[in-house]
Write a protein that binds this ligand. Structure first.
Ligand code: TXA
Ligand code: MG
Length: 357
């Protein structure tokens, strides 16, 4: 049975965390909010809990889980060594949306790390997540709480859509603040490597530890071009809506013109079309179903709404989705990484020449 905890911000401490803790301690699964996306939590040191997580999400078991902790002592139990650069990054960004990869200690079962000798660890900043980790007294393995391949959940309602009836509890902490998953940095290499971009940007990390590499798979179609992303999860089709998403790149005028043309053509044929617009472009589209992802002047707003917009189109059984591209500078790199993956890297370049023809 699913128990729903309606969590009302400042009052969450008075709620029955002990029940959630008991579920986790006895091998059950609890979905909970983090500052990035909702997580599907289980006991990270219990191989069977990890297997349950994979089965519930329908996730391949070679795709490792992130372990969530609430203090630095826990980190030392989970890993062989904490490199000085990791100490610096933890000081700068923990608790927060940064995951670091270390060599795992013997305590961590291979089922949690997908058979790898390394382990991903993160200290979330969401107070409900921290309270849950402390109250349960365990290390919580938590992937995003969506069915594998679907857009990550940014509200408890999204979790319910995917996992209702499959897990013991969903803690409802309202909509998350960031909206896309944490930045992942591999600290096991001499020069640390960013495996997944997130709210903590390349520039922010450089500012703390200097030299940093970025995995080539991040903004390119890795697998097909023979570039294998180092985070196993990045190689799977991911974050994808059911409708076919196509992105358009070019001058704003040209992109809007092209999307309107295609929308008209498909709608005339009776197809269901969705357009991902921005506050700035919203009223310049002609389609029947136009959704605003946020403002170009506020990247944070775009990230926050990205997955919800894709899920809404799914609910409405939209067959074709058209969207604009964003700058891939700074936090934009994470936004474009998720959009490109959702689109299966299908980007159409439009130019004004085409518009005149
Ligand atoms: O923001 C987040 O990180 C959210 C919240 C719930 O904390 N979690 C999340 O987990 O996004 P998940 O499982 O959806 O994504 C974890 C990613 C996967 O791409 C996985 O392959 C990678 O982390 N990963 C985990 N352990 C790894 C390891 N040892 N080496 C390389 N990549 C790893
Ligand atoms: Mg995920």
């Amino acid at each position: 049975m699913i128990t729903k905890y309606q969590v009302i911000k400042e009052e969450f401490k008075t709620l029955e965390f002990p029940e959630a803790a008991r579920i986790l301690q006895t091998g059950g699964l609890v979905a909970f909010p983090t500052e990035t996306v909702y997580g599907l939590g289980g006991n990270a040191l219990d191989a069977r809990s990890a297997q349950k997580i994979y089965a519930t999400k329908g996730r391949p078991s070679d795709n490792p889980l992130i372990i969530h902790i609430a203090d630095m002592e826990s980190l030392r139990e989970l890993v062989k060594i904490v490199p000085p650069k990791a100490e610096k990054l933890a000081e700068a960004f923990w608790p927060g949306p940064l995951t670091m990869i270390f060599e795992k200690s013997d305590k961590v079962p291979y089922s949690t790390t997908g058979g790898l000798e390394t382990v991903a660890v993160r200290m979330p900043s969401n107070p409900i997540a921290l309270e849950l980790i402390r109250e349960s007294g365990i290390f919580i393995a938590a992937p995003s709480a969506n069915t594998s391949g679907r857009p990550s959940p940014t509200t408890a309602e999204h979790v319910r859509e995917d996992l209702d009836g499959k897990i013991e509890m969903i803690i409802d902490g309202g909509a998350v603040g960031i909206g896309i998953e944490s930045t992942i940095v591999d600290l096991t290499a001499e020069v640390p490597v960013i495996l997944r971009p997130g709210y903590v940007t390349v520039e922010m990390i450089k500012g703390v530890i200097g030299e940093i590499e970025v995995d080539k798979g991040i903004l390119q179609q890795g697998v097909l071009e023979g570039i294998r992303p180092k985070a196993p999860g990045m190689k799977y089709k991911h974050y994808a809506p059911e409708g076919e998403l196509t992105l358009f790149e070019g001058e704003e005028e040209d992109v809007i013109f092209e999307i309107n043309q295609r929308t008209k053509e498909l709608e005339t044929k009776g197809k269901r079309v969705g357009v991902i617009a921005t506050e700035e472009s919203m009223n310049r589209y002609i389609g029947k179903n136009i959704k605003c992802i946020g403002s170009r002047l506020d990247e944070d707003s775009v990230a926050r709404h990205l997955y919800a917009v894709l899920r809404d189109f799914d609910q409405e059984k939209v067959e074709y989705i058209f969207g604009e591209c964003f700058s891939s500078e700074h936090f934009g790199q994470a936004i474009m990484n998720r959009l490109l993956k959702a689109a299966g890297y299908h980007v159409i370049q439009v130019s004004s020449r085409e518009r005149c023809e």
